[in-house]
Design a protein around this ligand. Structure first.
Ligand code: ZN
Length: 253
């Protein structure tokens, strides 16, 4: 058993990771970041899940930093402009980049880990993030391991690799599959970039989420059950994703 500081957004990936870590017997503290997201929905879901699981949860306020790429500020996540709709892998999703986000989050989580004698920190970055987000790639995680180890030599309880990224070579569908196997209540996770009452079903992360859960459902049971049997999340539009995925596939050929 390790003590782990989990970077926890309240989304599907990091919520599944937290359930996964608990399932393997780790002691988990959660840390979330308020970096001025256009809505606080994810943070509310993170808070609720941490409370339900009885985990320590800290929210670090970075909102004063205004982390917006200057060239993207008109379409940034942090502005008031429309959230891009369509498939996650498309060029328009680059407007959802928050500069240096993972380094900032892992660095702060690393500091918390040293202070609390934790053996490692955990992030739920996955293979689907690699193309758009450079700080979700394996090389970056390796660099953070070196930096945290060297920067805290003699001070920490870190393992040899202080950053664990259990999903870094996994797809979003792999994570959704893990979520189904771990009985993660999917409706208690929030993915939508818009902050409505329910998931919109049309923004990039909603499309990615629905595609992943659909594939995981198929892997789980063959034909008998539908996505709705596993996923009690409400979506404004639960069908749009199919067309977005089809169009994205056509564009790629
Ligand atoms: Zn959405």
């Amino acid at each position: 058993m390790s003590k782990v500081i989990a970077v926890f957004s309240g989304g599907l990936d990091s919520t599944t990771m937290v359930y996964d870590l608990i399932n393997r017997g780790d002691q988990v503290d959660c840390v979330s970041f308020d970096y001025g997201q256009r809505h606080r929905k994810e943070l509310e879901f993170a808070e609720a899940t941490a409370h339900k699981l009885g985990l320590r949860h800290d929210v670090i306020d970075l909102s004063d930093l205004s982390l917006v790429l200057a060239k993207e500020c008109e379409t940034s996540l942090l502005g008031n402009s429309p959230v891009p709709e369509g498939h996650y892998a498309e060029e328009n999703m680059k407007s959802t980049v928050v500069p240096n986000r993972n380094m900032i989050m892992l660095s702060i989580a690393g500091g918390i880990a040293v202070a609390r004698d934790a053996q490692c920190i955990a992030t739920a970055v996955h293979a689907g993030d690699h193309a758009i987000y450079p700080d979700c790639r394996p090389d970056f995680i390796d660099s953070m391991c070196f930096a945290l180890t060297d920067g805290n030599e003699g001070l920490s309880a870190f393992l040899r690799d202080p950053v664990i990224a259990p999903y870094i070579y996994k797809t979003k569908a792999d994570i959704a599959f893990a979520a189904l196997q771990l009985d993660v209540p999917l409706h208690e996770t929030w993915s939508c970039y818009k902050g409505g009452d329910i998931h919109c079903g049309k923004c990039g992360t909603c499309v990615e989420r629905l595609e992943a859960i659909d594939e995981a459902t198929t892997r789980c049971n063959g034909m008998n059950n539908t996505r709705e049997d596993y996923d009690k999340t409400e979506y404004e539009d639960g069908e749009f994703w199919k067309e977005a995925v089809r169009q994205a596939a056509e564009t790629r050929v």
